[in-house]
Ligand binder design. Sequence first.
Ligand SMILES: Cc1cc2nc3c(=O)[nH]c(=O)nc-3n(C[C@H](O)[C@H](O)[C@H](O)COP(=O)(O)OP(=O)(O)OC[C@H]3O[C@@H](n4cnc5c(N)ncnc54)[C@H](O)[C@@H]3O)c2cc1C
Length: 292
Amino acid sequence: VIPRPFEYHAPQTLPEAFALLGAHGDTAKLLAGGHSLLPMMKLRFAQPDHLIDLGRLAELKGIREENGTLWIGAMTTENELIWSALLQARCPLICEGARQIADPQVRYRGTLGGDLSHGDPGNDHPALMVALDASFVLQSAAGQRVVPAGGFFIGTYATLLDPGEIMTGIRIPVPPPGTGYCYAKLKRKTGDFATAAAAVTLRLAGANVEHVRIALTNVGDTVIRATDAEQALTGKPLDAHALDEAARLAMAACNPVPDLRGDADYKRAMAGEMTRRALETAHERAANPART
Ligand SMILES: Cc1cc2nc3c(=O)[nH]c(=O)nc-3n(C[C@H](O)[C@H](O)[C@H](O)COP(=O)(O)OP(=O)(O)OC[C@H]3O[C@@H](n4cnc5c(N)ncnc54)[C@H](O)[C@@H]3O)c2cc1C
């Protein structure tokens, strides 16, 4: 299917992009990698009159560490995340997650900021960002605000982004040494979205779990943080009983929609299984940091 005609704009600076957004209002759409927006335009679910391409904005590119915080430009592609030596060393969960997204073609063009801004519950970065306690820098002509990942996703294709705002960057506190991590994703084939997936970060104090985050992909209308499971695990060893209980509580937090990937019961069960696998791997990595 062919999209409706539109006018293409390629601003060179952020103020130029804000001016275009101001001039064209809700008849305009921001274009990042285009791998979610263009399919929607071809299906005519989205019919913008103006496309504002973020691809030339240097302010939205790059990965760096500043005072214990990682800053990733919103226009950073999946492959740039995967290939980043800084992320591999300081935050390997992002590389592990990005490697499981879509296929090579999509990973060359698709961006972190686009994946997050789209608000698709099937997208993987929301869970990774919630597990990492990330926050998002949202800029408009009026200024800038910083929003925690935990509250940013408010429903299917709905986020806290206001009209006129651009996500410029993502901030992630560098996980302390000894942080175990895992993204466990079940998908039917390469290039498919998750049937269910779990992102986990975990730290130990002696034999007990001191810190744990569990965030689930594609088993509700937006990313789900399994807070009851986190609370049940904290302060105790991660033994077989604790794993069973965490999987049970994660399943109880889900509200999956049946589709070609399975019915609701199957998806809920797979969310429990992905939680269990991600916790086991994260625990192993936290207990043996030299091997990870
Ligand atoms: C075959 C296929 C398989 C896929 N599989 C997966 C998968 O397994 N996991 C997964 O996570 N994703 C998957 N995707 C989606 C892919 O990762 C997209 O690239 C991503 O969802 C959107 O990023 P983008 O850069 O392409 O954004 P675009 O498609 O350009 O934009 C998406 C939306 O976000 C808005 N937007 C983009 N950037 C910004 C910004 N900086 N500030 C404000 N708004 C912005 C746009 O206006 C648009 O509404 C798949 C896509 C395809 C085509």
